[in-house]
Design a protein around this ligand. Sequence first.
Ligand SMILES: Cc1cc2nc3c(=O)[nH]c(=O)nc-3n(C[C@H](O)[C@H](O)[C@H](O)COP(=O)(O)OP(=O)(O)OC[C@H]3O[C@@H](n4cnc5c(N)ncnc54)[C@H](O)[C@@H]3O)c2cc1C
Length: 381
Amino acid sequence: MNRAWSEEQALLRRSLRDYVRDRITPRVLAWEAAGEVPRSLFTDLADLGVLGLRLSPQYGGGGQDFWFTVVLLEELMRCGSIGVPVSVMAHAEFATLLIDRYGSPALRETYVRGAAQGRLIGALGVSEPDAGSDVAALRTRAVRDGDEYVINGSKLYISNGTIADYITLAVRTGGAGARGLSVIVVPAHARGLRRQRLRKLGTHASDTAELFFEDCRVPAANLLGAENEGFGMIMSGFEGERLVLSVMACSHARLMFEQARDWGHQRHAFGHPLLAFQVWQHRLADVLTRIEAAEALTLRGIELYLQGRAAQSEISMAKLFATETARFAASECAQLHGGLGYMEDCLMARLHRDALAMTIGAGSSEIMRELIARTNNLVAQ
Ligand SMILES: Cc1cc2nc3c(=O)[nH]c(=O)nc-3n(C[C@H](O)[C@H](O)[C@H](O)COP(=O)(O)OP(=O)(O)OC[C@H]3O[C@@H](n4cnc5c(N)ncnc54)[C@H](O)[C@@H]3O)c2cc1C
């Protein structure tokens, strides 16, 4: 994205670009086939000093602001497989920032340090079979029993679900609704936790799982903050998650635009390069215009977020518009590729299907519109 990057951020970008080109992109096909990224990805990124960019320095993190996450994301997205940045973000941003923000010193020592070093992999477990958009309706219950919680229930669509060493889990500890929720860290080796990988339409390099908890016992000390204060924690995490999705969507859309533009120069029909046809030019002009608008909204959301200002409307608009732009770009750019865009060996095919999940995860487009309506007084009394 176009802004005045600091020298430190520019340096980080250069080293990441080389790393992604040489060490990630050539392996993406193997990871897509395996349905997961290898553990070495996390330790390699930790060695590069980019795994826990926003985690606290006293627990091994980088102590940086969100702009550094933007640089990391934009460069990881160049590998052409969304599953790679999804796995890294689910670990470092979604699962671990909450522990860093609300966990006890002992929890942070174990999980934040382990995460920053890439020794431990994290997952965030909120969604359930009967509660996705409606987080306050979640049912997985944790009951206090002495110095433990006993957890029963299940979670669905959890990124890093089977490869994770710990799950930052949203549970019900109180009555119905938002006020009865808590967040607890569940070690993956806890007895009573069973995991099953799900098959998906895209983002194949990212492991996505269903988790089952049957009398799963976890130390009470693994609770983040106080009992029944989890809803606010989950919501505070959503702001960063939605900006992560916005940045990913902008980068993804731009990559698809570049693929189509290059194909338009290369491919000839009726004696001309395809880009000689005005229809082609105008369709790509539309895609590019939306990308620029999505980036502007995303930059604005990030600025407000970093200033600590109320930004729910702007962040929701950024998430909505950027991810819908990625879908639009996917459809347009795939069409412009002709038959080639439908072939599995063409990068465009993967980019096309990978674009589809972004309007669902971290709050769907419909929920973003709900939030925009609510924060802009568009709801009739
Ligand atoms: C690839 C992938 C990775 C994911 N990773 C994670 C993860 O790591 N951790 C995690 O906790 N979850 C994860 N999720 C789950 C994701 O957050 C949910 O899928 C999402 O919140 C939507 O919930 P749902 O699927 O239950 O859909 P539902 O809530 O059942 O909604 C179904 C449809 O109805 C619409 N809808 C719902 N409520 C309203 C309303 N009030 N008004 C209008 N329309 C509405 C929705 O927008 C959607 O289109 C992941 C999902 C995917 C696809």
